[in-house]
Design a protein around this ligand. Sequence first.
Ligand code: C5P
Length: 233
Amino acid sequence: MTKDVIIACDFPDRETTLAFLDRFQGSRKPFVKIGMELFYGTGPDMVREIKARGHRIFLDLKLHDIPNTVKKAMHVLSGLDVDMVNVHASGTVAMMKAALEGLTRPDGTRPLLIAVTQLTSTSEEILHKDLLIGASMNETIAHYAANAREAGLDGVVCSPLEAGLVKETCGAGFLTVTPGIRFADAASDDQVRITTPARAREIGSDFIVVGRPITQADDPVAAYERCMKEFAE
Ligand code: C5P
């Protein structure tokens, strides 16, 4: 699997999103992430429109429900022809297996399916006190990643700092998709466990998810090209 940069299109509406993507005409077409804000605001038509423009799409809806409901929802998402979708690993192995089943088309093809281990906004303290999980953050992440692999998923979303641990636990071919990326000379915003594109590459990320360092840059195309150069080339 070749390394790639995914731009998090965290925009509120269709117009802002398309105006942003228009800037990439004449350059290579980035892999983009559509999250809850844009999807709930604009619906499946936005996904189809971005796909028709030739972008690969990670539809980041983080499904978590009973296995049958997730299976049926994934069946609907597989019809959208996106390239990557996700679930929460805490939904259980049975739920992840059901997700995979729902996502697989009659001809055997399907988008990549990855699982969120622990959100990067969850600290060790929250894990113990709020979620009442006794194991450490790293034990929890390694266990959830192993569950995702057992269920047949392609990889996990995790902090870039945990990509090495996931590869050790699940093997080099198990994908790591990592947000929390910042340039060495830039602000960290509200992200805590961050690293640079170059360091994420060294640790073993397969895909980095980059939002504000590209979307809020004076020249988003140049910022994207910088990420590609540091991470993927
Ligand atoms: O702007 P920034 O680069 O921080 O955006 C990161 C993107 O990755 C956002 O869309 C955010 O919701 C997402 N994300 C994250 N941490 C996770 C999972 C997803 O930052 N653990």
